[in-house]
Design a protein around this ligand. Structure first.
Ligand code: ZN
Length: 123
């Protein structure tokens, strides 16, 4: 039976995860604003087509890049929120797949991990 984390340790990681969640949500809001600007720029350049407009195509590239960054951030946010739900249920620090304890060093490095190194390397 894997040991559960001490309450104080759980609280410490819970706090870190909450801070991370907040930071990621702010980042996503920023991306949303930037994407909104990019969308507006894009539609205005559509109204006045200018072949060979390098600026417009680089805007499109930026836009695509922002979208993928936002997607990564959303993925990360999902992991953080999932880990937070494990903190609340008291299962944080226990591998979801094999039920073994996740080393504290791993949690320190990746507070949102809910799998041990062995199980994570299998996915
Ligand atoms: Zn495992």
């Amino acid at each position: 039976m894997a040991r559960k984390l001490a309450k104080s340790t759980l609280e410490r990681f819970g706090k870190r995860l909450e801070e991370e969640q907040e930071r990621l949500q702010q980042l996503i809001e920023e991306y949303e604003r930037e994407l909104e600007v990019a969308r507006m720029t894009e539609s205005s350049s559509d109204r006045s087509p200018d072949p060979g407009n390098a600026e417009a195509s680089s805007m499109k590239l930026e836009y695509a890049k922002e979208l993928s960054i936002e997607q990564n951030t959303l993925d990360l946010l999902g992991k953080v929120q999932h880990a937070l739900s494990r903190v609340r249920s008291g299962d944080y620090g226990i591998c979801e797949r094999c039920g073994e304890a996740i080393p504290i060093e791993r949690l320190d490095a990746l507070p949102y991990s809910t799998l041990c190194v062995t199980c994570a390397s299998k996915t």
